[in-house]
Design a protein around this ligand. Structure first.
Ligand code: NDP
Ligand code: OXD
Length: 309
């Protein structure tokens, strides 16, 4: 049995070593692969070139290296009938929750203001609000959104979430669908986007949504750059409707050098690192899934490609 692997960041031999340790019988080939395409049973990929996966006639499943599968859904030649599996693994989940907790605190504790004061050599205390005075609103109540909310619970924030289908989560006020969107936004002081990018969610962080948030709300985008209408955010920041933003993902990555976000004093940015798949833990999830399929059982975390997530 053979697996082709294409990852984004060079992590040396971490993937190959973890695969060898967890599944010694599996032959692992790194992309670009110039062997016989018919020999490849599985692909574990991040942003493969369009049409690449179609080259392998015997693929049994495609595993996404990331939780998001928009990098695969955008391929018009994605092989039909081959299941696509999104990444669900504890390392990726833990990393995202760390980032979200930090980013919420960044806004809650006025860190953008203190950074500005530091630049100006201003020593001034700002009145701190208790956590329960703020509502954190999570767009997306999937694996990552729910875990981040759990990790926020001990701090005492009021918590809310929005998903496509109804949910019931202890300690979280849940809203769903278009009908629940406005009420969700109206109560949200710190908005976090952890949605998948689909035709339905593209551009969801726009002027209309910002206007429905309480004045001075903060925005954290860790979903995808395509969720945010960047010029609408700049306008909302300039009018103080939005007090600040923490952004990890962008319409164009890497962010172009002349982009106004680089210099904006109310924007904190990171280069799409909110979380990263951890080879050691991810491999266990992939191997367990391959073994499930080989034993005639159903794969876990298969994406509904029509829905887009
Ligand atoms: P899941 O598939 O587990 O959860 C997706 C959630 O979004 C679900 O609650 C789903 O609702 C909701 N949703 C989807 N479409 C809609 C819609 N149209 N309206 C309302 N709610 C919707 O995904 P994960 O939590 O695993 O990952 C979320 C995203 O995080 C990824 O797709 C990726 O884009 C991003 N990500 C970013 C990273 C980074 O480093 N910046 C790292 C990892 C992931 P329902 O529950 O009803 O189905
Ligand atoms: C992911 C990502 O989707 O890293 O996992 O963006």
């Amino acid at each position: 049995m053979a697996l082709l692997i294409k990852t984004d960041i060079d992590r040396g031999d971490a993937w190959a070593e973890a695969l060898a340790a967890n599944y010694p019988e599996l032959k692992v080939y790194s992309w670009p692969y110039d062997g016989d395409p018919a020999a490849i049973d599985y692909a574990l990929v991040w942003q493969p070139p369009e049409g690449e996966l179609k080259r392998y006639p015997n693929l049994k499943a495609v595993f996404s290296v990331g939780a998001g599968v928009d990098h695969l859904a955008s391929d018009p030649d994605l092989p039909e009938g081959v299941p696509v599996v999104r990444m669900v693994e504890p390392g990726l989940t833990a990393g995202m929750s760390e980032y979200v907790v930090w980013a919420v605190m960044n806004h809650h504790r006025f860190m953008l203001d203190y950074a500005a004061q530091r630049r100006e050599k201003v020593w001034e205390e700002l009145l701190q609000l208790p956590a329960e005075a703020r509502q954190v609103g999570m767009l997306g109540l999937g694996v990552l959104g729910r875990d981040a909310l759990e990790k926020l619970k001990p701090f005492g924030f009021r918590l809310a979430g929005w998903s496509r289908s109804p949910k019931s989560i202890s300690g979280v006020t849940c809203f769903h669908g278009i009908g629940g969107f406005d009420e969700f936004l109206a109560g949200t002081d710190i908005l976090v986007c952890l949605l998948p990018l689909t035709p339905e969610t593209e551009g969801i962080l726009n002027a209309e949504a910002f206007a429905k948030l309480p004045a001075g709300a903060a925005v954290i985008n860790v979903g995808r750059g395509g969720h945010l209408v960047e010029k609408d955010l700049l306008e909302a920041l300039d009018s103080d409707q939005i007090s600040g933003a923490t952004l990890d993902v962008f319409q164009q990555e890497p962010l172009p050098e002349d982009h106004p976000f680089w210099e904006h004093p109310r924007v904190f940015m990171t280069p799409h690192i909110a979380s990263m798949t951890v080879p050691e833990t991810a491999v266990r999830a992939v191997v367990a899934n391959i073994q499930r399929l080989e034993a005639g059982e159903a794969l876990q975390h298969v994406v509904d490609m029509k829905r887009g997530y």
